[in-house]
Design a protein around this ligand. Structure first.
Ligand code: GRF
Length: 202
């Protein structure tokens, strides 16, 4: 199976997936890492590890539709089976998400459906939550919605600020996102309406 990973910045989830794919010998390869920002730090890691990289700079396009069309062309040049959003910070058009229906995953740093959007950790602390976490889900037209593949939980401890929670959640993300992608490439995920099934034995 071929994967294309989209990033906008640090790319630590992308790094975790590239490493797990190689170390665990998945029936898959990361065909490319693409960024909408030329200065995304993660591009360096990818290039240094022999993964083809590319940039589709959203600032070069007059509209979301034009950007998404260019991004789609750049992705499809690699004919991926799965597209993985890993800290990709652009809102995608319905045409784009429909094109990749059932083969586009995202990770979001909250326990969806709570706290879609930005500043999730701050919002969880402000709401008085005692736990937070991360969610891997298939992407649909609605931001941070779509069938959920996996969720994992961390505590919010007294005195935690948003950075402390973010760091705890990120460690979790680095384990759960590679796991979820691995399920996909091993053919163990199926979607039944809005529910995802993970095959037994996974
Ligand atoms: C992660 O917390 C992810 O859940 C969110 O953005 C962050 C990306 O981090 N969507 P990185 O670029 O993978 O290091």
């Amino acid at each position: 199976k071929k994967l294309v990973i989209l990033i906008s910045g640090r790319g630590s989830n992308m790094e975790a997936i590239v490493k797990a794919c190689r170390a665990e010998g998945w029936p898959a390869e990361v065909a490319a890492v693409l960024s909408n920002r030329p200065d995304a730090a993660g591009l360096k890691f990818a290039a240094e590890h022999g993964v083809p990289t590319g940039v589709v700079d959203h600032k070069a396009y007059p509209s979301r539709e034009a950007f998404d069309a260019a991004l789609q062309a750049a992705i499809d040049a690699f004919a991926p089976d799965l597209v993985v959003l890993a800290g990709f910070m652009r809102i995608l058009t319905p045409g784009f998400t429909a094109h990749y229906a059932g083969r586009l995953l995202n990770i979001h740093p909250s326990l969806l459906p709570a706290f879609p959007g930005l500043h999730t950790h701050e919002r969880a602390i402000d709401a008085g939550c005692h736990a937070s976490g991360a969610t891997v889900h298939f992407v649909t037209a609605e931001l941070d919605h779509g069938p959920m593949v996996a969720q994992a939980v961390v505590p919010i401890l007294p005195g935690d600020d948003a950075d402390a929670v973010a760091a705890r959640v990120l460690k979790l993300e680095h384990r759960m996102y590679p796991q979820a992608v691995r399920w996909f490439v091993e053919g163990q995920l199926s979607i039944d309406g809005s529910r995802v099934c993970v095959a037994s034995g996974a």
